[in-house]
Every structure is written in C-alpha cells, then in structure tokens.
Design a protein around this ligand. Structure first.
Ligand code: NDP
Length: 484
C-alpha cells in the first residue's frame, strides 16, 4: 500500500524539511476532492536554506568528473524504474491522471531523461580551434544554481526534464512545483539523494507564484526554467531579464492539427483523441484546433463521437480507467466557462462538456464542430478536454489559418501523401511537429516552441545549450605585439 502523504513539505540540503510558519495549503485528490495532506509554502528561511545548499552543492558537483555525475543520474533512473508503480500512484494522487497513463508516461519519462543526460554527461566537451600557429579552445561550463518552476499536469516529468540536463552540465537546482501538485517532485529529490547526489544538489520548495517570484530574483540564481502559461511566462521572463539571467520557457499553446481528405481517418481520429483527451486534455502541446477537410468532416466527427463514447471514466486507480478528472475545482470552472462560451458563440456541441454529478472535479470530454477562427474557443488555450473542429477547403487556406495565432508550440498533419505532409509541416509555425501522429515527446528529440509559446528547448542535445555556457580561451604561441 503506497502512502501518498509527503514526509514533509520541502526537500532541502538532502533531507525533508518543514517550516510551519509558511502558509498552509491542502493537497487535494482531484478524483474525490478529498484532502490528502496539508503542506506549507516555503518561508524566506526555507528558500534561503535551499539556495545556500544549492550553491554549496553546485561547487562540489561541478568539480566531479562528468562520468561520476552521469552515474548518479543513471542510478536515479534505475531507481525510478524500480519504484515506477509507487511513483505512478503518487502522480495519480497529485494530478488525478489515471494509473493506466501514469504507469507509462510519468516516472518512466522522467527516468528516460535521467538516463539520457546521465549517458551523455561525459561527452559534453568544448572544442579546439586552430588559428594558424595560435589556437583557441572552449570550455563548457555550468551556469550555477538553476531554478525550475513547474506546471501541474506532469509534475514528475517536468521536474526530471529540468533536473536531468541541468545536473548533467554541473548545475544545482531549486525546484518549485505547482501548488496543485506538490507530491511528485519530493520523490524525485529523495531518489536523487539515494542515487548519490550530494545534499543540496536538487531541492524542492513548495508554494504559490510568490515563492517562484522570490527565487527568480535572488542573486544566487543563474537561470530560470519555467513550464507554465504564457501569462506567467511573460512575468517570469521579464523578472529574469532584469538581472540578465538565462531562461527556458515552456509555455502554452493552441496548436493546430490538419486532417486532409487523403488521411487515414481512423488514425486521424486516434491522433485527435490523443491530442485532446489524454491527461483529460491538460497537455500544453495538444492539437486543440482540429482542421478537417470539408469532404471528410462528417465521417471524422461520426467516428470521433463513437470512439469517445467508449472512454472509461472512473476510479483513476483502476487500470481500466482511461479518462480522469480535472486537476482542481478552479480549472474545472475555467474549462466549463469555455464550454458555455463556445455554445454562446454558435459552435455546435457534438458531445460532452457537462459537469459530472460526483465528488471530485469531473466533466465529460467535449467536441465542438462548426467552430470558426474568431471564436474564443478557437483562439484561447483552454487546457482541458475540449476539442474544436474547424473545416477547410484547401491546403493554403488551412496553413494560413493554422498559423493565425500568437502561439507556436506544436502542429500535426494527417495525410497519406508524404510530399504534402513535409511541405505543410515546413510551412507551419511550431516548434514540435508530428506527421501521422500526435504528442510524441521522446527525450532524444528537442521539445519547445516558437512565437509566444516559449523560449529555448528541453530534451535532446539541444537542452545542453540552455544549461551550460562556453568559455573561450585564446592561446598566442608567439610574442604579443602592441602598437606602442
Ligand atoms: P501557471 O502559469 O499558472 O503556473 C506555472 C508555475 O508558475 C506554477 O508553479 C505557478 O505557481 C508558478 N507561478 C505563477 N506565477 C508566478 C510568478 N509571478 N513568478 C514565478 N512563478 C509563478 O501554469 P499552470 O500551473 O496553470 O499550468 C498550465 C499551463 O502550463 C498551460 O498554459 C500549459 O500550456 C503550460 N504547460 C506548458 C508545457 C510545455 O512544456 N510547453 C507543459 C505543461 C504545461 P502556482 O500555480 O503554484 O501559484
């Protein structure tokens, strides 16, 4: 039996820590509304302790050989895999996501990141540049203490996607989870300690935006990596810019998925289901504007509604359940507000969109058809299980309308014409794209956005550029010549 209650609110300097002076807030299980525990927001004493510990640990950690650092990360990955079921149960209590999902998408994805960056740690080198007799070389150095701030949809994965490249490069981290999901990151910290990370290398402090704000502006911090909404991203980016700190911003989106008349409709329906209803639609890269060629629209909607009717809502701990609750009452109210707005604006509600009469934060997954580009539900990120289906007549029109958004996280294309698939993808303004698939995010592939959806990249070798800096060293082999 997994005890999901945290040992204490924070994890600082290699151990659990609490400070009852911090503002208390409840950890609520979204599936039932039950309070699982109460944790405290970090006081200044706690954030100071975390930043001091991280500063100390970073110096010690950066002095280790990259191979030794890598081994700690790969050991942590192994422990995460061994404890996958326990961690998945905790993730399910944190977020409400069904165990069927968390068993394969959360601790496992976190372990993938730790394993990947642990594996490449000893290959992170500078370069040698020959300049005639003189030469130069570069040294890849860590940034220092990094702050990670997470959203609530993937608390284990977000903590690991930030920690793994940061630590591989020789940095330390202070991580603040979303106040909605304080449990999972504590386990990541515990596992890193068990794997041999020095005390203070990865710290977790709880709290609301105010705690994040305090961390960002602290002079001990060199970099901030945020996963959150565009609105929060703008605040965090400007606070970091005031002190010229490095940033990575993984923000929201309103991504398009294009279904052409030559698509395999069953596959396209699968992509639309994955890209709108997995994790109850609480996924940043979701393809929430589904543009379907007019000639196949009714066939697409018919299959979509029939397949959605087979979704199994229920106890997230039952491994047959494949659709869970929304993370909080507040988020549920926001989503239902968008459903009402869609109806008011004249979109056709094909199915779903109703609050379910049971404890916890439940709604049925919603599909709107006949959505037009100007409707609020087609313009704003809803971050819930609400799909908007729009129809189009030709390729150029679909591309133009798909790009007509300030966001640019993801885009997908369903077609069996491969020339068209590559041509269209090249013209779509998005960082993470899919052809005849949706929402795959393996650690080997860079993940990130263009336009207002973000800055920088997570995962893959690309993430290394965002957690390290180069020192250039010029070496003169002869005399130094001066004009006087
Ligand atoms: P928010 O932007 O509300 O919050 C994100 C995090 O930032 C939370 O930990 C929050 O704390 C913290 N925060 C809020 N205000 C500040 C501030 N002024 N200074 C510092 N930190 C602050 O996002 P949500 O948690 O609601 O998550 C949903 C959003 O995240 C969606 O827009 C989604 O698209 C995006 N997202 C992006 C992903 C990506 O990789 N691109 C992946 C997953 C989600 P608290 O909430 O505790 O107050």
């Amino acid at each position: 039996m997994t005890d999901v209650k945290p040992t204490a609110s924070h994890y600082v300097d290699g151990a659990y820590l609490d400070d009852a002076d911090g503002q208390p807030f409840d950890v609520i299980y979204p599936a039932t509304g039950e309070t699982l525990a109460t944790v405290h927001a970090a006081t200044k004493a706690v954030t100071d302790a975390a930043l001091d510990a991280a500063t100390r640990a970073q110096a010690e950690w950066a002095a280790l050989s990259p191979r030794s650092r890598g081994r700690v990360l790969t050991d942590a990955a192994r422990i995460m895999r061994e404890r996958n079921r326990e961690l998945s149960i905790i993730e399910t209590h944190d977020t409400g996501k069904p165990l069927q999902e968390t068993l394969v998408a959360d601790a496992t994805s976190g372990a993938d990141a730790l394993e990947y960056f642990g594996g490449i740690a000893n290959g992170l080198t500078g370069e040698h540049i020959q300049l005639g007799d003189d030469w130069a070389y570069t040294i890849r150095e860590p940034l220092g203490v990094c702050v990670g701030i997470g959203a609530w949809n993937y608390p284990t994965q977000i903590a690991c996607w930030k920690a793994a490249p940061a630590l591989a490069c020789g940095n330390a981290m202070v991580f603040k989870p979303s106040e909605n999901t304080p449990l999972a990151a504590l386990k990541v910290a515990e596992i890193l300690t068990e794997a041999g990370a020095p005390p203070g290398l990865f710290n977790v402090v709880q709290g609301m935006g105010e705690v994040g704000g305090r961390l960002i502006t602290d002079p001990r911090v060199a970099k901030v990596s945020l996963t959150g909404s565009v609105g929060t991203g703008k605040k965090v980016y400007s606070a970091a810019a005031a002190e010229m700190k490095h940033v990575t911003m993984e923000l929201g989106g309103k991504s398009p998925m294009l279904v052409f008349d030559d698509a395999d409709i069953e596959n396209a329906v699968s992509g639309a289901i994955l890209g709108n209803f997995y994790s109850s639609g609480q996924v940043c890269s979701n393809g929430t504007r589904v543009f379907v060629h007019r000639s196949v629209k009714e066939q697409f909607l018919d299959r979509l509604a029939k397949r959605l009717a087979t979704a199994k809502l229920g106890d997230p701990l039952d491994e047959e359940t494949n659709f869970g609750p929304i993370v909080s009452q507040q988020q549920l109210d926001i989503i239902l507000g968008y459903v009402a707005r869609g109806k008011e604006d004249g979109a056709r509600l094909v199915t779903g969109g109703a609050r379910l009469d049971k404890p916890g934060f439940w709604m049925s997954p919603a599909i709107f058809a006949d959505v037009t580009d100007d409707m609020t539900i087609a313009r704003e990120e809803i971050f819930g299980p609400v799909m908007s289906v729009l129809d189009f007549n030709d390729e150029d029109e679909a591309i133009r309308r798909a790009n007509d958004t300030p966001y640019g996280l993801s885009a997908g294309v369903y077609t069996q014409n491969l020339a068209r698939a590559h041509r269209v993808i090249r013209k779509l303004h998005a960082g993470s794209c899919f052809i005849n698939s949706y929402n795959d995010a393996p650690v080997e592939v860079p993940f990130g956005a263009v336009k207002q959806s973000g800055v920088g990249r997570e995962n893959a070798k690309a993430a290394i550029e965002h957690y390290s800096q180069l020192k250039s060293v010029y070496v003169r082999m002869g005399d130094t010549e001066a004009p006087f």
